[in-house]
Design a protein around this ligand. Structure first.
Ligand code: GDP
Ligand code: IMO
Ligand code: MG
Length: 422
Protein backbone atom coordinates (compact mmCIF):
# COMPACT_ATOMS: atom_id res chain seq x y z
CA UNK A 1 0.00 0.00 0.00
CA UNK A 2 1.46 3.38 -0.93
CA UNK A 3 1.26 4.93 2.56
CA UNK A 4 4.06 7.27 3.69
CA UNK A 5 4.51 8.51 7.27
CA UNK A 6 6.36 11.69 8.18
CA UNK A 7 7.76 11.76 11.72
CA UNK A 8 9.88 14.17 13.71
CA UNK A 9 13.21 12.69 14.81
CA UNK A 10 13.95 15.17 17.61
CA UNK A 11 11.90 17.13 20.17
CA UNK A 12 9.40 18.48 17.63
CA UNK A 13 9.52 21.53 15.34
CA UNK A 14 11.88 19.82 12.91
CA UNK A 15 10.06 21.37 9.96
CA UNK A 16 7.50 18.56 9.45
CA UNK A 17 4.94 21.09 8.21
CA UNK A 18 7.25 22.40 5.52
CA UNK A 19 8.17 18.88 4.38
CA UNK A 20 4.56 17.64 4.50
CA UNK A 21 3.47 20.63 2.44
CA UNK A 22 6.25 20.12 -0.09
CA UNK A 23 5.55 16.40 -0.47
CA UNK A 24 1.76 16.74 -0.51
CA UNK A 25 1.99 17.76 -4.17
CA UNK A 26 2.68 14.07 -4.84
CA UNK A 27 -0.15 12.77 -2.63
CA UNK A 28 -3.91 13.05 -3.09
CA UNK A 29 -4.82 12.07 0.48
CA UNK A 30 -3.33 13.37 3.75
CA UNK A 31 -4.04 12.66 7.43
CA UNK A 32 -3.02 13.50 11.01
CA UNK A 33 -2.98 10.62 13.50
CA UNK A 34 -2.00 11.90 16.98
CA UNK A 35 -1.44 14.96 19.14
CA UNK A 36 -3.62 18.03 19.11
CA UNK A 37 -3.26 21.78 19.12
CA UNK A 38 0.08 21.41 20.91
CA UNK A 39 1.38 20.99 17.35
CA UNK A 40 2.25 24.03 15.25
CA UNK A 41 3.27 23.18 11.69
CA UNK A 42 4.42 26.15 9.66
CA UNK A 43 3.99 26.41 5.90
CA UNK A 44 5.28 29.35 3.86
CA UNK A 45 4.02 29.65 0.32
CA UNK A 46 5.40 32.81 -1.29
CA UNK A 47 4.26 35.71 0.88
CA UNK A 48 1.63 33.65 2.71
CA UNK A 49 2.34 31.89 5.99
CA UNK A 50 0.10 29.30 7.67
CA UNK A 51 0.42 27.57 11.03
CA UNK A 52 -1.51 24.31 11.16
CA UNK A 53 -2.44 22.80 14.52
CA UNK A 54 -5.08 20.12 13.93
CA UNK A 55 -5.59 19.60 10.20
CA UNK A 56 -3.01 17.94 7.98
CA UNK A 57 -0.88 20.47 6.17
CA UNK A 58 -1.56 18.93 2.76
CA UNK A 59 -5.16 20.21 2.82
CA UNK A 60 -3.75 23.63 1.96
CA UNK A 61 -3.38 22.32 -1.60
CA UNK A 62 -6.42 22.40 -3.83
CA UNK A 63 -8.02 19.06 -4.50
CA UNK A 64 -6.35 17.10 -1.68
CA UNK A 65 -8.61 15.11 0.62
CA UNK A 66 -7.99 13.88 4.10
CA UNK A 67 -8.59 14.23 7.72
CA UNK A 68 -8.03 13.81 11.37
CA UNK A 69 -7.78 10.33 12.87
CA UNK A 70 -9.14 8.74 16.05
CA UNK A 71 -5.81 9.27 17.82
CA UNK A 72 -6.06 13.08 17.76
CA UNK A 73 -7.42 15.20 20.62
CA UNK A 74 -9.42 18.02 19.06
CA UNK A 75 -9.51 21.61 20.20
CA UNK A 76 -12.83 22.66 18.66
CA UNK A 77 -12.08 26.39 18.58
CA UNK A 78 -8.76 25.84 16.85
CA UNK A 79 -10.43 23.46 14.41
CA UNK A 80 -13.14 26.00 13.59
CA UNK A 81 -10.56 28.70 12.88
CA UNK A 82 -8.36 26.36 10.88
CA UNK A 83 -11.21 25.19 8.66
CA UNK A 84 -11.80 28.84 7.69
CA UNK A 85 -8.12 29.44 6.93
CA UNK A 86 -7.80 26.28 4.84
CA UNK A 87 -11.01 26.97 2.90
CA UNK A 88 -9.68 30.43 2.04
CA UNK A 89 -6.40 28.91 0.86
CA UNK A 90 -7.64 25.92 -1.13
CA UNK A 91 -11.41 26.07 -1.47
CA UNK A 92 -14.35 24.31 0.24
CA UNK A 93 -13.59 21.39 2.55
CA UNK A 94 -17.01 19.84 2.16
CA UNK A 95 -16.31 16.45 0.51
CA UNK A 96 -12.56 16.86 1.23
CA UNK A 97 -12.32 16.68 5.03
CA UNK A 98 -13.19 13.79 7.34
CA UNK A 99 -12.91 14.07 11.11
CA UNK A 100 -12.99 10.57 12.57
CA UNK A 101 -15.95 10.34 14.94
CA UNK A 102 -13.80 8.47 17.43
CA UNK A 103 -11.41 11.38 18.06
CA UNK A 104 -11.55 12.96 21.52
CA UNK A 105 -12.59 16.52 22.35
CA UNK A 106 -10.35 18.73 24.50
CA UNK A 107 -12.78 20.29 26.99
CA UNK A 108 -12.34 23.65 28.74
CA UNK A 109 -11.48 22.04 32.09
CA UNK A 110 -8.66 20.06 30.46
CA UNK A 111 -6.88 23.32 29.72
CA UNK A 112 -7.48 24.62 33.23
CA UNK A 113 -6.10 21.40 34.70
CA UNK A 114 -3.10 21.47 32.38
CA UNK A 115 -2.21 24.94 33.69
CA UNK A 116 -2.94 24.04 37.32
CA UNK A 117 -0.97 20.80 37.22
CA UNK A 118 2.03 22.63 35.74
CA UNK A 119 1.81 25.32 38.38
CA UNK A 120 1.66 22.74 41.17
CA UNK A 121 4.69 20.81 39.91
CA UNK A 122 6.91 23.78 40.75
CA UNK A 123 10.49 22.79 39.84
CA UNK A 124 9.31 19.56 38.20
CA UNK A 125 7.42 21.36 35.47
CA UNK A 126 7.21 19.80 32.01
CA UNK A 127 6.74 23.13 30.24
CA UNK A 128 3.60 21.95 28.42
CA UNK A 129 1.91 23.99 25.71
CA UNK A 130 -1.11 24.29 28.07
CA UNK A 131 -3.44 23.09 25.33
CA UNK A 132 -5.05 20.52 27.63
CA UNK A 133 -3.24 17.63 25.98
CA UNK A 134 -2.24 15.62 29.08
CA UNK A 135 -5.64 15.80 30.82
CA UNK A 136 -7.59 14.94 27.65
CA UNK A 137 -5.46 11.87 26.87
CA UNK A 138 -5.75 10.89 30.55
CA UNK A 139 -9.55 11.06 30.36
CA UNK A 140 -9.54 9.05 27.14
CA UNK A 141 -7.63 6.22 28.82
CA UNK A 142 -9.69 6.51 32.02
CA UNK A 143 -12.80 6.15 29.83
CA UNK A 144 -14.16 9.55 30.81
CA UNK A 145 -13.45 11.21 27.46
CA UNK A 146 -16.03 12.83 25.19
CA UNK A 147 -15.71 11.75 21.58
CA UNK A 148 -16.37 14.13 18.75
CA UNK A 149 -19.00 11.87 17.14
CA UNK A 150 -21.32 12.56 20.07
CA UNK A 151 -21.78 16.07 18.68
CA UNK A 152 -24.39 14.43 16.45
CA UNK A 153 -26.68 13.71 19.40
CA UNK A 154 -27.35 16.43 21.97
CA UNK A 155 -28.69 13.99 24.59
CA UNK A 156 -25.76 11.59 24.41
CA UNK A 157 -23.35 14.52 24.35
CA UNK A 158 -24.82 15.99 27.54
CA UNK A 159 -24.60 12.58 29.24
CA UNK A 160 -20.95 12.16 28.29
CA UNK A 161 -20.13 15.66 29.51
CA UNK A 162 -21.86 14.91 32.79
CA UNK A 163 -19.74 11.77 33.13
CA UNK A 164 -16.53 13.64 32.36
CA UNK A 165 -17.42 16.29 34.92
CA UNK A 166 -18.05 13.67 37.59
CA UNK A 167 -14.38 12.77 37.24
CA UNK A 168 -12.91 16.21 36.57
CA UNK A 169 -14.80 18.44 39.02
CA UNK A 170 -13.36 16.71 42.11
CA UNK A 171 -9.89 17.20 40.60
CA UNK A 172 -10.52 20.88 39.92
CA UNK A 173 -12.05 21.47 43.31
CA UNK A 174 -10.09 19.36 45.75
CA UNK A 175 -6.66 19.55 44.16
CA UNK A 176 -6.68 23.10 42.90
CA UNK A 177 -9.55 24.90 44.63
CA UNK A 178 -11.05 25.78 41.25
CA UNK A 179 -14.82 26.25 41.02
CA UNK A 180 -16.49 23.13 39.60
CA UNK A 181 -18.03 23.48 36.14
CA UNK A 182 -21.61 22.66 35.29
CA UNK A 183 -22.94 20.57 32.44
CA UNK A 184 -24.91 23.55 31.14
CA UNK A 185 -21.81 25.70 31.10
CA UNK A 186 -19.99 23.17 28.90
CA UNK A 187 -23.07 22.64 26.70
CA UNK A 188 -23.37 26.40 26.16
CA UNK A 189 -19.74 26.46 25.08
CA UNK A 190 -19.93 23.43 22.84
CA UNK A 191 -23.22 23.90 20.99
CA UNK A 192 -22.16 26.87 18.82
CA UNK A 193 -18.92 25.04 17.93
CA UNK A 194 -20.75 21.88 16.95
CA UNK A 195 -22.14 23.40 13.76
CA UNK A 196 -18.64 23.91 12.39
CA UNK A 197 -17.70 20.28 12.90
CA UNK A 198 -20.85 18.31 12.07
CA UNK A 199 -20.47 18.46 8.28
CA UNK A 200 -17.12 16.71 8.48
CA UNK A 201 -17.77 13.86 10.92
CA UNK A 202 -17.16 10.44 9.46
CA UNK A 203 -15.11 7.26 9.54
CA UNK A 204 -11.57 8.10 8.43
CA UNK A 205 -10.41 4.54 8.98
CA UNK A 206 -13.00 3.25 6.49
CA UNK A 207 -12.20 6.08 4.06
CA UNK A 208 -8.51 5.12 4.08
CA UNK A 209 -9.44 1.49 3.57
CA UNK A 210 -11.58 2.37 0.55
CA UNK A 211 -8.77 4.49 -0.88
CA UNK A 212 -5.91 2.19 0.06
CA UNK A 213 -4.58 2.04 -3.50
CA UNK A 214 -3.96 5.80 -3.60
CA UNK A 215 -0.83 7.61 -2.45
CA UNK A 216 -1.50 8.63 1.15
CA UNK A 217 0.65 10.91 3.35
CA UNK A 218 0.39 10.61 7.14
CA UNK A 219 1.69 13.62 9.07
CA UNK A 220 3.08 13.06 12.55
CA UNK A 221 3.13 15.75 15.21
CA UNK A 222 5.68 16.38 17.97
CA UNK A 223 8.82 14.24 17.70
CA UNK A 224 10.27 10.87 18.67
CA UNK A 225 11.97 12.20 21.82
CA UNK A 226 8.59 13.49 23.02
CA UNK A 227 6.91 10.06 22.61
CA UNK A 228 5.11 9.12 25.84
CA UNK A 229 7.05 5.83 26.21
CA UNK A 230 10.15 6.17 24.06
CA UNK A 231 10.88 9.85 24.66
CA UNK A 232 12.66 11.54 27.55
CA UNK A 233 9.99 10.62 30.12
CA UNK A 234 8.50 12.40 32.04
CA UNK A 235 9.47 15.37 29.84
CA UNK A 236 7.31 14.15 26.98
CA UNK A 237 3.88 14.71 25.49
CA UNK A 238 0.95 12.38 26.21
CA UNK A 239 0.69 10.58 22.88
CA UNK A 240 2.83 8.24 20.83
CA UNK A 241 4.72 10.21 18.21
CA UNK A 242 6.59 7.36 16.53
CA UNK A 243 5.62 5.91 13.16
CA UNK A 244 3.73 2.96 14.67
CA UNK A 245 1.24 5.45 16.08
CA UNK A 246 -0.01 6.09 12.53
CA UNK A 247 -1.51 2.61 12.42
CA UNK A 248 -3.39 2.80 15.74
CA UNK A 249 -4.18 6.50 15.39
CA UNK A 250 -5.96 5.97 12.08
CA UNK A 251 -7.21 2.42 12.35
CA UNK A 252 -5.17 0.96 9.50
CA UNK A 253 -3.04 -2.20 9.38
CA UNK A 254 0.63 -1.67 10.32
CA UNK A 255 1.93 -3.28 7.14
CA UNK A 256 0.34 -0.53 5.06
CA UNK A 257 3.07 1.87 6.20
CA UNK A 258 5.38 1.48 3.27
CA UNK A 259 7.72 4.41 3.70
CA UNK A 260 8.82 6.28 6.82
CA UNK A 261 10.36 9.70 6.32
CA UNK A 262 12.16 11.20 9.30
CA UNK A 263 12.62 14.96 9.56
CA UNK A 264 15.53 16.50 11.46
CA UNK A 265 17.05 19.92 11.67
CA UNK A 266 20.76 20.31 10.95
CA UNK A 267 20.95 21.16 14.65
CA UNK A 268 18.57 20.50 17.55
CA UNK A 269 15.92 22.50 19.40
CA UNK A 270 13.76 21.79 22.39
CA UNK A 271 10.95 23.85 23.87
CA UNK A 272 9.92 23.15 27.43
CA UNK A 273 11.86 21.44 30.18
CA UNK A 274 13.93 18.26 30.17
CA UNK A 275 17.45 17.01 29.50
CA UNK A 276 19.20 18.22 26.35
CA UNK A 277 22.81 16.97 26.11
CA UNK A 278 23.94 19.07 23.13
CA UNK A 279 22.40 22.36 24.30
CA UNK A 280 24.58 25.35 23.32
CA UNK A 281 25.69 28.04 25.72
CA UNK A 282 23.20 30.90 25.95
CA UNK A 283 25.12 33.27 23.63
CA UNK A 284 25.28 30.80 20.73
CA UNK A 285 21.79 29.50 21.48
CA UNK A 286 20.49 33.08 21.19
CA UNK A 287 22.33 33.59 17.90
CA UNK A 288 20.82 30.44 16.37
CA UNK A 289 17.42 31.26 17.85
CA UNK A 290 17.40 34.63 16.15
CA UNK A 291 18.78 33.38 12.85
CA UNK A 292 16.45 30.41 12.75
CA UNK A 293 13.42 32.21 14.25
CA UNK A 294 13.32 29.53 16.92
CA UNK A 295 10.18 30.58 18.74
CA UNK A 296 7.27 28.18 19.30
CA UNK A 297 4.74 28.15 16.43
CA UNK A 298 1.94 27.48 18.95
CA UNK A 299 3.05 29.33 22.06
CA UNK A 300 5.73 31.81 20.92
CA UNK A 301 8.10 30.49 23.59
CA UNK A 302 11.84 30.73 22.83
CA UNK A 303 13.25 27.36 21.82
CA UNK A 304 16.44 26.05 23.41
CA UNK A 305 19.08 25.41 20.73
CA UNK A 306 21.84 22.82 20.52
CA UNK A 307 24.04 20.89 18.10
CA UNK A 308 22.93 17.87 16.09
CA UNK A 309 22.89 14.80 18.33
CA UNK A 310 23.67 11.53 16.51
CA UNK A 311 23.08 9.08 19.40
CA UNK A 312 19.57 10.58 19.62
CA UNK A 313 19.14 10.51 15.83
CA UNK A 314 20.22 6.86 15.57
CA UNK A 315 17.75 5.96 18.30
CA UNK A 316 14.92 7.82 16.54
CA UNK A 317 15.76 6.18 13.22
CA UNK A 318 15.64 2.75 14.82
CA UNK A 319 12.32 3.31 16.62
CA UNK A 320 10.59 4.60 13.51
CA UNK A 321 12.26 2.41 10.90
CA UNK A 322 13.22 5.57 9.00
CA UNK A 323 13.99 4.84 5.35
CA UNK A 324 14.97 8.37 4.34
CA UNK A 325 15.88 11.52 6.21
CA UNK A 326 14.88 15.01 5.17
CA UNK A 327 17.08 17.67 6.76
CA UNK A 328 15.92 21.24 7.35
CA UNK A 329 17.47 24.56 8.36
CA UNK A 330 20.90 24.03 6.84
CA UNK A 331 20.91 27.76 6.03
CA UNK A 332 20.70 28.69 9.71
CA UNK A 333 24.19 27.29 10.34
CA UNK A 334 25.67 29.26 7.38
CA UNK A 335 28.45 31.62 8.41
CA UNK A 336 29.54 29.77 11.55
CA UNK A 337 33.32 29.13 11.72
CA UNK A 338 32.72 25.58 12.93
CA UNK A 339 29.75 23.25 13.24
CA UNK A 340 29.73 20.58 15.95
CA UNK A 341 28.08 17.18 15.72
CA UNK A 342 27.73 14.85 18.73
CA UNK A 343 28.81 11.40 17.53
CA UNK A 344 28.75 9.67 20.94
CA UNK A 345 28.18 10.27 24.64
CA UNK A 346 30.58 10.03 27.53
CA UNK A 347 28.67 8.43 30.42
CA UNK A 348 29.70 7.42 33.96
CA UNK A 349 29.90 3.84 32.58
CA UNK A 350 32.09 4.80 29.59
CA UNK A 351 31.68 5.98 26.02
CA UNK A 352 28.57 4.97 24.05
CA UNK A 353 26.98 5.63 20.67
CA UNK A 354 23.57 4.73 22.08
CA UNK A 355 20.81 6.84 23.58
CA UNK A 356 20.23 5.82 27.21
CA UNK A 357 16.84 4.98 28.70
CA UNK A 358 17.79 6.64 32.01
CA UNK A 359 20.50 9.16 32.95
CA UNK A 360 20.43 11.40 29.87
CA UNK A 361 21.03 14.37 32.19
CA UNK A 362 24.48 13.09 33.10
CA UNK A 363 25.90 12.26 29.65
CA UNK A 364 28.49 14.52 27.98
CA UNK A 365 28.47 14.70 24.19
CA UNK A 366 31.58 13.68 22.29
CA UNK A 367 31.77 16.18 19.44
CA UNK A 368 33.26 16.04 16.01
CA UNK A 369 34.12 19.49 14.70
CA UNK A 370 33.22 20.21 11.08
CA UNK A 371 34.08 23.22 8.96
CA UNK A 372 31.31 25.80 8.72
CA UNK A 373 29.80 26.74 5.37
CA UNK A 374 28.79 29.88 3.52
CA UNK A 375 25.52 30.78 1.91
CA UNK A 376 23.27 27.97 0.85
CA UNK A 377 21.52 28.36 -2.49
CA UNK A 378 19.31 26.14 -4.56
CA UNK A 379 21.96 25.77 -7.22
CA UNK A 380 24.91 24.82 -5.11
CA UNK A 381 25.40 22.89 -1.91
CA UNK A 382 28.48 24.38 -0.24
CA UNK A 383 31.32 21.84 -0.07
CA UNK A 384 31.57 21.95 3.75
CA UNK A 385 27.80 21.38 4.04
CA UNK A 386 28.11 18.31 1.81
CA UNK A 387 30.85 16.97 4.09
CA UNK A 388 28.52 17.47 7.05
CA UNK A 389 25.68 15.67 5.29
CA UNK A 390 27.92 12.76 4.33
CA UNK A 391 29.17 12.43 7.90
CA UNK A 392 25.61 12.21 9.19
CA UNK A 393 24.67 9.61 6.55
CA UNK A 394 27.71 7.49 7.38
CA UNK A 395 27.09 7.73 11.11
CA UNK A 396 23.38 6.83 10.99
CA UNK A 397 23.28 4.56 7.94
CA UNK A 398 20.26 6.18 6.30
CA UNK A 399 20.29 8.49 3.23
CA UNK A 400 19.39 12.16 3.42
CA UNK A 401 17.14 12.62 0.41
CA UNK A 402 16.03 16.22 0.79
CA UNK A 403 17.78 19.34 2.03
CA UNK A 404 15.86 22.41 3.08
CA UNK A 405 17.67 25.74 3.18
CA UNK A 406 14.86 28.22 3.89
CA UNK A 407 11.33 28.47 5.19
CA UNK A 408 9.65 28.74 1.78
CA UNK A 409 8.09 25.79 -0.01
CA UNK A 410 10.49 26.31 -2.92
CA UNK A 411 13.68 26.30 -0.85
CA UNK A 412 14.53 22.60 -1.08
CA UNK A 413 17.01 20.41 -2.91
CA UNK A 414 16.03 16.81 -3.65
CA UNK A 415 19.09 14.55 -3.52
CA UNK A 416 19.54 11.36 -5.44
CA UNK A 417 20.74 8.50 -3.35
CA UNK A 418 24.40 8.84 -4.19
CA UNK A 419 26.09 6.10 -2.23
CA UNK A 420 25.46 2.48 -3.12
CA UNK A 421 25.60 1.46 0.51
CA UNK A 422 22.08 2.69 1.03
P1 GDP B 1 7.08 21.53 12.69
O1 GDP B 1 6.32 21.64 13.96
O2 GDP B 1 7.97 20.34 12.66
O3 GDP B 1 6.21 21.62 11.46
O4 GDP B 1 8.05 22.80 12.64
P2 GDP B 1 7.64 24.32 13.00
O5 GDP B 1 6.80 24.88 11.93
O6 GDP B 1 7.11 24.41 14.39
O7 GDP B 1 9.06 25.01 13.06
C1 GDP B 1 9.90 25.02 11.96
C2 GDP B 1 10.22 26.48 11.60
O8 GDP B 1 11.33 26.52 10.73
C3 GDP B 1 9.09 27.16 10.84
O9 GDP B 1 9.11 28.53 11.14
C4 GDP B 1 9.47 26.94 9.37
O10 GDP B 1 8.93 27.93 8.52
C5 GDP B 1 10.96 27.06 9.45
N1 GDP B 1 11.73 26.27 8.47
C6 GDP B 1 11.48 25.04 8.00
N2 GDP B 1 12.50 24.62 7.21
C7 GDP B 1 13.40 25.62 7.21
C8 GDP B 1 14.68 25.80 6.60
O11 GDP B 1 15.21 24.92 5.93
N3 GDP B 1 15.32 26.98 6.85
C9 GDP B 1 14.79 27.97 7.62
N4 GDP B 1 15.49 29.07 7.81
N5 GDP B 1 13.59 27.85 8.20
C10 GDP B 1 12.91 26.69 8.00
P1 IMO C 1 5.12 20.05 16.71
O1 IMO C 1 4.11 19.11 16.10
C1 IMO C 1 7.71 21.05 20.06
C2 IMO C 1 6.39 19.79 24.04
C3 IMO C 1 6.05 20.89 25.02
C4 IMO C 1 6.44 20.21 26.32
C5 IMO C 1 6.00 18.77 26.09
C6 IMO C 1 4.63 18.43 26.65
O2 IMO C 1 4.90 21.47 16.34
O3 IMO C 1 6.50 19.58 16.48
P2 IMO C 1 2.16 19.02 25.87
O4 IMO C 1 1.49 20.34 25.66
O5 IMO C 1 2.19 18.17 24.66
O6 IMO C 1 1.63 18.29 27.07
O7 IMO C 1 3.69 19.40 26.23
O8 IMO C 1 6.01 18.59 24.69
N1 IMO C 1 5.67 19.85 22.75
C7 IMO C 1 6.22 20.26 21.61
N2 IMO C 1 7.46 20.75 21.35
N3 IMO C 1 6.84 20.84 19.05
C8 IMO C 1 5.62 20.32 19.28
O9 IMO C 1 4.76 19.99 18.28
C9 IMO C 1 5.25 20.04 20.61
N4 IMO C 1 4.14 19.53 21.18
C10 IMO C 1 4.42 19.41 22.49
O10 IMO C 1 6.81 22.04 24.77
O11 IMO C 1 7.84 20.23 26.47
MG1 MG D 1 5.99 22.99 15.52
Amino acid sequence: MPFTVIVGLQWGDEGKGKIADYLSGEFGIVARFQGGANAGHTVNIGKKSYIMHILPTGLLRQGTKGGVGAGVVIDLETLRDEIKVVEKASGPLKDRLIIDERAQIVLPFHKIEDAQIEESRKNLRIGTTQRGIGPSYRDRYARYGVRVGLLRDEGLLAEAIERALSFNNPILESMFGVKPMSRDEIMDWIMPLRDYVLPYLGDLSAFLWRNRDQKILLEGAQGTLLDVDFGTYPYVTSSHCIAGAASVGLGIPPYWLENVIGVTKAYTTRVGEGPFPTEMDEALSAEIRNKGSEFGASTGRPRRCGWLDLPALRYAIRLNGVKEIMMTKLDVLSGLPEVLVAVAYETPAGKTRDFPIYGLESVKPVYKSMKGWGTFTGERIPHAALEFIKLVEEEVGVPITLLSYGGDRAEVIRRRIISEEF
